[in-house]
Design a protein around this ligand. Structure first.
Ligand code: SF4
Length: 209
């Protein structure tokens, strides 16, 4: 395994990939002083703008109850308290953060346990089983489906419905949608289009999605 110098913490460390380290990498800078969590939007029942814009549909905003008052029909309660799929970051600090993460499944487990605590193993198993878990898959399909905050949800067969607090329907989405799998390697641009480590991509070949 290659060794590189991590300039952020000023020490040598292993580099998982066989390639030489790229000279440039994707980077993003967030000015945390400016983010107000779009609170004026949340006050009128709308999700944060970057949640709405997220093309990967990975985000959902709402309210979380105390553990003893969790409701299965509250999407955030269901993910955080009931299924324990969405985990707080660094729970050992006891900060009760209000940002929860569905942990990444390809990251080394010791690092994940440090970040998300001992519940990360079960969360990953739960996530891997989502394809055969209609309720969980259904709720995940509500992510990114509406600009409104969805306080309540239900699955009716192959349809998942989001409601407001008064039971009014906000949105409905199909449980199953067509899936289009791109080639893992984009030869035109010379890049790998998945989050699977390059070594695995090489083992499985460029035609596998
Ligand atoms: S769009 Fe996102 S990053 Fe920008 S203020 Fe709203 S919550 Fe913060």
């Amino acid at each position: 395994m290659a060794r590189v110098r991590n300039w952020q913490i000023n020490r040598e460390m292993s580099y998982w990939y066989p390639e030489s380290r790229p000279k440039r990498q994707f980077a993003a800078v967030f000015d945390t002083n400016k983010c107000i969590a779009c609170y004026p939007k949340f006050e009128i029942g709308e999700q944060q703008q970057c949640f709405v814009n997220c093309i990967g549909k990975i985000r959902m905003a709402g309210t979380v109850s105390l553990p003893g008052q969790a409701r299965a029909d509250n999407p955030i309660d269901y993910l955080v308290h009931i299924r324990k799929l969405a985990l707080p970051l660094f729970p050992q600090f006891g900060l009760e953060p209000n940002v929860y993460y569905v942990p990444p499944i390809h990251v080394p487990r010791p690092f994940l346990r440090q970040m998300f605590g001992p519940g990360v193993e079960q969360a990953i198993e739960t996530y891997r089983g989502a394809a055969d878990d209609p309720d969980l898959a259904g709720l995940l399909s509500l992510f990114g489906s509406t600009a409104r905050v969805v306080p309540r949800w239900q699955r009716h067969g192959d349809v998942v419905v989001g409601f407001d607090e008064d039971g009014g329907e906000i949105v409905r989405v199909p449980l199953h949608e067509p899936v289009f799998i791109r080639q893992a390697f984009d030869a035109a641009h010379g890049v790998v289009r998945t989050n699977v480590p390059v070594a695995i991509w090489r083992a499985t070949g460029p035609t596998r999605g």
